[in-house]
Design a protein around this ligand. Sequence first.
Ligand code: SF4
Length: 187
Amino acid sequence: MTILAEPTAPPCASVPDIYHDEQLHSPPARTDITAAEWEQLTAKRASAHRQCAACPLMVDCLYRAVVEVDVSGFVACTTEHDRHLIRRQLGIQVQQASMAPYGAPRVGGGPVSHEAVMTARQAYPKDTCHQLAERLGCSTSTIKRHLRRAREQKLEAAAAPNEATALLPSIDAVLDAFDQLSTSRVA
Ligand code: SF4
């Protein structure tokens, strides 16, 4: 009799809500939430870290999330900001998930798109993040995340090397950059 082993799904497939949790992939400042919320967030993040660190897909997942497409969500022990730092160190840019040929693999940021936030920002330039969040029916941290992304894109576009000659970084280069982040020491 032949016993076929079932392929093992990565941990994020069985508890996707955790990896889509906005506070996890785009953490608020410590002063923006209560001590109890901070403690809860820390525990949640440590749990996701452990799962990713033990995941057999970790290296491939990290490489793709850094080099191939700017996915949303907590991925391979990294937040969106962590992956931005890695790309900056490597001198690369990637497509937004919504522009990627195979769509958005993660949509943890909720239904409010980057375009919607930027349109609202343009229409109401004097609004605070809180006011924009109320207009769009999302959280303040979602607004802050999209505005930060827009600032980062602007800076990257200004400092971008000649993209035509840019080479994809190696897996080792991505891992070396990852190792320099504090998140790698947690994992
Ligand atoms: S490393 Fe990637 S595939 Fe594995 S659990 Fe984490 S997010 Fe999922």
